[in-house]
Write a new protein. Sequence first.
Length: 299
Amino acid sequence: MSWFAAHPAWYLSYALVIGLAVGSFLNVVAYRLPRMMEIDWRKQSLEFLGLPESGETPGFNGLISRSRCPRCGHAIRPWENVPVLSYLFLRGRCSSCSDRISLRYPVVEALTGLLSLAVALRFGPTPETLAALLFAWTLIALTLIDLDEQILPDSLALPLLWGGLALSLLNAAAPSYWFFGTGFHDSLQGLLRGPATALTGAIVGYLALWLPSRVLSLLLRKETMGDGDLKLLAAIGAWVGWQGVFQVVMIATFTSLLAFALAYALPGGDHRARLPFGPFLALGGIAALFIGARFELAI
C-alpha cells in the first residue's frame, strides 16, 4: 500500500483497469447465476417429487468458464473480451454470426471502472478501499440480476451481510493487525463501524422495510415487497451502520419515486411495469460510501 501511496498515478490506473475487468465479470455473473439457480431449483423440485432428473444443463460450467455467443456458440477469444475496447472494435457484433451484442455489456464495464476509480480516490491506497470495492461490486451484481429477473440471490446478499459483520469484528480487533503497512483499525473506521453498530445496522435495515411492507401487505391484501429487499438492506446496514440505513432508505425512496414518475410521464412508457426496489437500495448503499460520514454528523 505504501508503494501505491508514493505512486498515485499507478494506483488510480490499477483501480480503473481492475474495475473494468471486474465489470466484465459482473456481466457474466448477472447472466449465468440466475440460470444456474433455476436449473438447481428444478433439480431440487424433481428430487423432492421423486421424479428422475431431466439432465438439463445451463450450457456453461460455472461462473469462470469461457464465454460463448448465446446465438451461435462461438467461443469468445481473449482479444474479443477486452472491456469496452472489444465492443468498439467489433462494432457491437459477434465476430462469427454478426449477432448484435447488447450495449449493456460495455456500459456496465465502463460504469464499474469509473466507480472503482471513484472509490480509490475517496479512500486512498488503504485496505478500506478493498473493502469498499467488494461492497460496491456486489451491489452492482445484485442490481443487474434484480433488473433482469426481479430476484436478489441469497448467494450474493448473505455473503455481503456476513462480510460486513465480520469486517466490523476485524475493525474492533485491528490495533494488533497490520496489512501492507497500514493499520486496519485506523483505515477501516472511516467506512466500517464496530460490531455493535454493524449488528444494529443490519437489524434496523431489515426492520426498516419489514414493518412498512407488512402493513401495506395487510392493507392491500397482497405481497408488496420480497424478502430479498429486506436482506439486501440488512446487508447494507451491516456496512454503513444504523445511521446510514436511514440515508439509504431516503435515497432509494426518492429515486424510485422519480423513476416511477418518469415511467408514467414519458411517452410510450409502460405504466404497468414493476420496477424492482433492489437497484435503488444499491444506489443508496453506494452513495453511503461517499457521503455517509457527513450524513451521520448531520444527525
